[in-house]
Structures are given as structure tokens and as C-alpha cells.
Design a protein around this ligand. Structure first.
Ligand SMILES: O=C(O)C(=O)Cc1ccccc1
Length: 350
């Protein structure tokens, strides 16, 4: 069935169900108008949208404490030209409170009252490179000595360093495609020995019938992830009307918008990167972030991604075209990755 029938608009998201991406998607695209379809990887979400088997896709993009989701950046810059039509058309911010999920070990349960006997002092060991390790924000609710392997998405590991290096130091880490995938793997641990645990969400604990061994294990309290909504083709107002109301431009010429542009430069030309950035200044476009990824054509050569914001001027397509035209003259190539309404300060669920 075509994904574009207005009665049944298919939304592909990074699953399995109970991932943070799923939670961000549910918040933005509600039944019965939208049918949500989980995909196994971020690439599968891009594939679904590029092939039109889904109208929109939702993928994690950036975390407030741990930075960009590199896999999403790589798919956006699209070195292999597999996703020429993918554009960003929206964003969702979501507070992320990670939990350690698994099983309470029967063999250690008698020690539960005294968690200090789990072998950890509650502080990470100082080393010469990190003499004052960051204190974890939370303590385990049960003994963790039985945990031998932890599963999660690399972003989640990066957001929980203090807890992991204090209470699960040296425990094998397995990077998987999403936090809910991690919960699925742990739930499949047939003998329930408790050797496996996942960094995942509270919702995933309920969905996969896992115990919460610790909550709020991320390094910072205010831990927000930004998700992108992608679509096939450049954003146009007709398609905006398919989005839930809160993503629509009720007043298209007043709402603040953002855009993402990727470009590559001749690294041998002095000032090439500065010249590219100056184009945005010249056209009154405020740059809010810059990321780079290896070009994979030549070592130490990069593709840059810049995010720009603007108020009224930015809504003027001529101005935008002018900036992009000028960018053509100072870059070796550039790609327009879409433009969307700035949702900063509006978290999922609100
Ligand atoms: O959506 C998920 O569950 C992911 O694995 C991506 C992710 C990881 C960490 C924080 C937010 C999203």
C-alpha cells in the first residue's frame, strides 16, 4: 500500500517499540490518523522514507550532554547517494531519564540492604587522566555483582559514564541499534541469570518485564534528546499540513525556523571553511551548530554540517536561495537538508 494515503499515513521510527524514538514518535503522530512502523536501524528508517514505504521517519539526532548521533549525520550527508530525496521537516525534543534494566539476582539478594557491599564505594576510581571522576547521580537499587554484560545504544552509554564507571567498571559493553533493542536482548536471557543488563527506558522495563536495577543513571539531570522528522522531497506547505498540528506553521512567516546544510570544501585553499561560514553571516543567517564527518574520499578531509536559524529574513525563499547560490561559489559541493519549525523549549508530551 502506498504510504501517502491521507487516511493512513505511515511513520517509520527507530524501534523496536519502547525506544526513546518510539516515545517521541507517539507524541508527535497519534493514531488513528497515523500508523507507526518500527524499523531495526536508523538506516532502515531512511530507506523506508526514501522508497516511500513510509511518509515520514523519526530518528535520534542529538543529545544535550553527549552530542550528535553520528550514524544519523552520516546518513544525512549520504556519501553513497542512497538518500538523495531525504529532507528534515520537523524536530521533537524529549527528556531522557535512563534506567538500568535486568534481573535481581537471587544469589546476591540477601546483600540488597547494604549496596556498598556490592564491591563499589560509590565513587569511580581516580586515574592520572581523570583525577576527579564525576560522581554518579544515582545509586543502584540492588546488588549488581551478577551483571557481566551491558547492552545499549552508543549514545546511551555516552550519557551514563559516571554511573557505569562507578558501579559497573570493567563490565563488557555491547553497542546495539537502540535502547529498546538492548532491553529485548536482556529479556531473551533465557536462564534469567541476571548476567545481562540494559541501559534503557522505564517504559522498556514495563514492556519487556524487566526489573529496574537503577534509575536516573544518566550523568546530568537535564538530559534532552532531539529527534528529527524526515520526509521524501523538500518541505512544502502541502506536506506540512499532514503533520500534527503542533508541527504546522500556523503562522508560517512568524515562527522561528531552522535549516541544515552540508557542504565540502577544498581543504588546500586557505580560508575555504571561513569563507563558507561567512556566506551565512552575509545573509543574516545565524549559525547555531557545526558538525563534521570524515569525507571517506581523502583521509583528514571532512564534510561539514551547519545548522542555521533565522527569523523573518530566513522565511524569504529568495534570501535562502541567494545564500545557497553563493555557497556554490565557495564550496566544492553542498546539500540542502531541509528546513523546519524550531521546537526548542517544547518537549515531547507537553
Ligand atoms: O531511541 C532509542 O532508544 C535509541 O536507542 C536512540 C537514543 C539513545 C539515547 C537517547 C535517546 C535516543
Amino acid at each position: 500500500m502506498s504510504a501517502s494515503s491521507p487516511a493512513n499515513i505511515i511513520i517509520a521510527y527507530l524501534g523496536p517499540p519502547s525506544s526513546y524514538t518510539h516515545q517521541a514518535t507517539v507524541d508527535s503522530f497519534r493514531a488513528p490518523k497515523y500508523t507507526l512502523r518500527d524499523e531495526l536501524s536508523i538506516r532502515d528508517v531512511f530507506d523506508a522514507v526514501q522508497s516511500s514505504s513510509a511518509s515520514f521517519g523519526v530518528v535520534p539526532f542529538e543529545n544535550s550532554s553527549n552530542g550528535a548521533v553520528l550514524h544519523t549525520l552520516d546518513l544525512l550527508i549520504d556519501r553513497e547517494e542512497a538518500f538523495p530525496d531525504i529532507h528534515i521537516c520537523g524536530e521533537v525534543f524529549m527528556d531522557v531519564q535512563h534506567c538500568l534494566l535486568g534481573y535481581v539476582s537471587q544469589s546476591f539478594s540477601s546483600d540488597n540492604k547494604d549496596l556498598q557491599s556490592s564491591g563499589s564505594s560509590g565513587s569511580a576510581t581516580p586515574t592520572s587522566s581523570i583525577p576527579f571522576p564525576k560522581e554518579p547521580r544515582s545509586k543502584p537499587m540492588t546488588d549488581l555483582r551478577h551483571v557481566k554484560r551491558i547492552y545499549s545504544h552508543p549514545q546511551a552509554f555516552g550519557q551514563c559514564e559516571a554511573f557505569l564507571s562507578t558501579y559497573l567498571k570493567g563490565v563488557e559493553r555491547h553497542e546495539v541499534s537502540s535502547t529498546s533493542k538492548a532491553a529485548t536482548i536482556v529479556a531473551e536471557d533465557r536462564d534469567k541469570s541476571g548476567a545481562e543488563a540494559a541501559i534503557s527506558s522505564r517504559l522498556a522495563a514495563d514492556v519487556h518485564h524487566l526489573a529496574v536495577l537503577a534509575k536516573g543513571v544518566q550523568d546530568v539531570e537535564d538530559n534532552t534528546t532531539r529527534f528529527l522528522i524526515i520526509q521524501r522531497g523538500p518541505v512544502c506547505h502541502d506536506i506540512q499540513n499532514l503533520l500534527p498540528e503542533k508541527f504546522q506553521m500556523t503562522n508560517g512567516f512568524r515562527l522561528k525556523k531552522k535549516a541544515l546544510i552540508a557542504f565540502n570544501i577544498d581543504h588546500g585553499t586557505q580560508g575555504a571553511l571561513a569563507n563558507a561560514l561567512l556566506v551565512f553571516k552575509k545573509h543574516s543567517l545565524n549559525l547555531t551548530s557545526i558538525n563534521s564527518r570524515p569525507s571517506r574520499i581523502r583521509p583528514w578531509h571532512y564534510i561539514f554540517l551547519v545548522e542555521v536559524e533565522g527569523e523573518r529574513e530566513f522565511d524569504d525563499p529568495d534570501l535562502l536561495h541567494l545564500a545557497l547560490q553563493e555557497l556554490d561559489t565557495v564550496t566544492e559541493g553542498n546539500k540542502w537538508l531541509g528546513c523546519w519549525v524550531d521546537r526548542f523549549g517544547v518537549n515531547a508530551g507537553q
